[in-house]
Design a protein around this ligand. Sequence first.
Ligand code: AMP
Ligand code: MG
Length: 419
Amino acid sequence: MPVEKRNPIPVREAIKRVVEQDIETEVQNVPLNKSLGYVLAEDIVATYEIPRFNKSPYDGFALRSEDTVGASGDNRIEFEVIDHIGAGSVSDKTVGPNQAVRIMTGAEVPAGADAVVMLEQTKEGDHTFTIRKTFSHNENVSLKGEETEVGDVVLKKGQRINAGGIAVLATFGYTEVPVRKLPSAAIIATGSELLDVGDELEPGKIRNSNGPMIEGLLNQFGLDGEVYKIQEDTLESSIAVVKQAMETHDMVITTGGVSVGDFDYLPEIYKALDAEVLFNKVQMRPGSVTTVAVAHGKYLFGLSGNPSACYTGFQLFVKTGVLNMMGANEKFPQVVKATLMEDFKKANPFTRFIRSKATLNGMEATVVPSGFNKSGAVVAIAHSNAMVMLPSGTRGFHAGNTVDVILTETDVFEEELLL
Ligand code: AMP
Ligand code: MG
């Protein structure tokens, strides 16, 4: 069979084709305490103001600012305490001239009062206190609606819910949250050379590391993956398994078998499934043969078998596709500039992605390849939190050059305490 001619497209174009697909999971409600990482399916609109009432940010006394005019060290002004309220209580008194209500943090400022004096700013007597400074209208008052007004969109449809989002949803009484379902994924490793993790090694065989890695990548993202039995490089049985996986999952992630070798059956499988191949060659290294197809409203991610290429394909295309399915507004990898700390002499005929360790030191980010970095490499992935991205048509990068870096770990931690 002649080798199929493929047309490599730029990485950017490949990512665009992934997100152009009109594939979204259904809307469902999830309990608030399970909503972390989901994408909101509706705008969340404030149904009341935050704060809901004028409230005290301190423990102190609520009084009328006009009664403080003229107060000084030489002229302390005295106030009579007419009530005492904690957070959650409301005073039924109205504060009159030279009167005050003792008030705790979070309590509603009583009628008549328009300023709060902190306890530390007073000298207390019996049912009285004096102050030595003037207060202005609304001084030390958290004003009703100062953060949000009724009708403000406080969370946007398409926003991924973080812990702060949960706090906002809780504030507005959402015990259930409208979100798009997390896509379910099938993970299928292909290759007659593959053994399961617990198997004894045999001549010519290697353990399947991509399957568990992909599962970990999905888990890190809040998704589950169903790991299928390793598929030998046989066409009929592989077609059957991918078909079955498509029936039960929103997307199918395969690794291996996307090249043009004699036993690389993924292209034939896509044909058999009548899938629309979005691309089967990308101007990137590693992973130029990465393939993405869609069939029956589902993504088929054909990642390369080489571990570093598999990882790179996941970061660029699977994450983006998953976020697209979830209806997320922000779905592209975060790219930052960093100073390369090592020479990288190789030519880059295609865009090159290098598993790397980025360090953010105050205002300055540095980055260094995280180890042996051929496409078959596995150890360097484990030591990376980023990928250096070198544009195609370049060569001869030196330590000190500024390069683009994709941050692959959402939480970046330091090894040392830099406080
Ligand atoms: P392929 O993409 O099937 O041509 O495989 C490319 C290279 O990746 C070969 O050296 C395979 O042995 C290796 N490989 C394929 N699948 C896996 C896997 N699941 N885990 C680790 N290595 C793999
Ligand atoms: Mg293979």
